[in-house]
Design a protein around this ligand. Structure first.
Ligand SMILES: [Zn+2]
Length: 203
């Protein structure tokens, strides 16, 4: 199992490609002249050999559902959020609740749902949770269609970065006018992470 951490990535390369600074592991195949190379500038990733059921592994056994799974619904998010005093943005980025919702997807989905990122879990209604879940799914599907996401360091296995970033509404847009209402996009820190929002469109 390969855990990409914050910035790990895999690339298919010719066996002869010399390693660069942040390349850590090459996986070779006896029937191919290509290798699978693991690169990780921030080094939060890890690689495990697993015997037995991967679902029992400590990194996976306590994880929440995938966002696109049918288990991830408005009712589910509401049940997890309603007794929490933490901001809804942190709740949707908590991998024990739902996996794979990073800072960009969280910011963009909350904008689309019209929910301000620092709204506390316990103050978030079922209707809002339903909208948030709907937009997390839609945002992810759109990003996948556009070839993935991310700031500077997302690449697919062919080494190309994604195009999703060109369609951001709020992420990284501090000081720019909101695409919907022309108010200026603001930024606040929530749990050490930059959180972009429109004060008019989100409450
Ligand atoms: Zn707005």
């Amino acid at each position: 199992m390969i855990h990409l951490g914050m910035s790990g990535r895999l690339e298919i390369l010719d066996k002869e490609t010399p390693p660069k600074k942040h390349d850590h592991v090459d996986i070779t195949f006896h029937n191919s002249k290509n290798i699978l190379r693991y690169t990780d500038p921030r080094r939060f990733g890890s690689i495990f050999w697993i015997d037995g059921d991967i679902k029992d592994h400590f990194l996976i056994s306590r994880l929440g559902p995938e966002p696109l799974e049918s288990l991830f619904t408005g009712d589910y998010l509401f049940s997890k959020a309603q007794n929490k005093k933490s901001p809804i943005k942190n709740i949707i980025m908590d991998s024990h609740i739902v996996v794979g919702v990073g800072n960009i997807y969280a910011s963009e989905s909350l904008f689309k749902a019209g929910v301000i990122p620092n709204k506390l879990g316990k103050d978030t209604s079922l209707d809002e949770c339903t909208k948030i879940v709907k937009h997390i799914k839609a945002t992810l599907i759109k990003a996948i269609e556009l070839g993935g996401s991310s700031l500077k360091d997302f690449y697919n296995v062919n080494g190309q970065s994604g195009y999703f970033q060109q369609t951001y509404n709020v992420y990284g847009m501090k000081g720019k006018p909101c695409r919907k209402c022309k108010s200026i996009i603001e930024n606040m820190k929530i749990g050490q992470r930059s959180s972009f929002f429109c004060i008019k469109c989100q409450n």
